[in-house]
Ligand binder design. Structure first.
Ligand code: ADP
Ligand code: MG
Length: 240
């Protein structure tokens, strides 16, 4: 579903992605962790070409992202993205936030999009918030709206970049529970997160990045119980 082949990216002098090779199969859940500034966000942002790369190749669902014929609007419809900051449109209701893209990009009729949006709000456990504005919701609720908005495009892949980092502790689990549900339903997911409980429970693979490289990669059991690389050990000792 996602393939990185010798991907390299620089911001001026900074070699932010250094020979990244990564394959994610359909239905796989991959967690990426690592210190701040190691390139996690940049890596995940290349998957829907929010960030271009200078060398190597990224292929998503059979589509090479460097191909000038690649339709980026369509690509981004297939790849949902949930950010640390929820990025909801403040002047639109929850329902409008969720129906906007399906109506505009997928040309879905309004009533169909609204039905879908209400189903998704039920799925993320806030069925009664359709008419609310983002400012009337808690952070955890806003993030669940952001997930529902991503799902409304019926994506093949969902990307999460530290989706719980901006949340108060008591709201983290309500967002992780929704993500766990998605993982169990077979969604292909790449999640940048330091929620190691989540990783243990649903990840097929955990990847550790440092200084633009994938330093270590393993199933969660082996990754946590028997990390190989010194930098992984040191990182885990700080966060666990
Ligand atoms: P992480 O998500 O692991 O914290 P990032 O991918 O955000 O790391 O950033 C990796 C490195 O690239 C950092 O040193 C960061 O300062 C730098 N960086 C990120 N975005 C830009 C940009 N648009 N221009 C220049 N440098 C950037
Ligand atoms: Mg980041």
């Amino acid at each position: 579903m996602i393939r990185f082949e010798n991907v390299n990216k620089w911001f001026h002098q900074l070699h932010v992605l250094n020979d990244i090779n990564l394959h994610v199969k359909q239905g796989e859940v991959v967690v990426i962790c690592g210190p701040s500034g190691s390139g996690k966000s940049t890596l995940i942002r290349t998957i829907n070409r929010l960030e271009p790369i200078q060398k190597g190749k990224v292929v998503v669902d059979g589509v090479a992202l460097d191909d000038p014929k690649t339709n980026l609007t369509l690509l981004r419809a297939e790849v949902g993205f949930v950010f640390q900051q929820f990025n909801l449109y403040p002047h639109m209701t929850v329902l409008e936030n969720i129906t906007l893209a399906p109506c505009m990009v997928r040309k879905m009729p309004k009533n169909e999009a609204e039905k879908l949006a209400r189903d998704l709000l039920a799925k993320v456990n806030i069925p009664d918030k359709a008419e609310s504005y983002p400012s009337q919701l808690s952070g955890g609720q806003q993030q669940r709206v952001a997930i529902a908005r991503g799902l409304a495009m019926k994506p093949k892949i969902m990307l999460f970049d530290e989706p719980t980092s901006a949340l108060d502790p008591e709201m983290i689990n309500e967002v992780l529970d929704v993500m766990k549900g998605l993982a169990r339903e077979g969604m292909t997911m790449v999640c940048v997160t330091h929620e190691m409980g989540f990783a243990r429970e649903v990840a097929d693979r955990v990847i550790f990045m440092d200084a633009g490289r994938i330093v270590e990669e393993n199933n969660p059991e082996a990754f946590f119980s028997n990390p190989q690389n010194e930098r992984t050990k040191s990182f885990l000792s700080k966060i666990l």
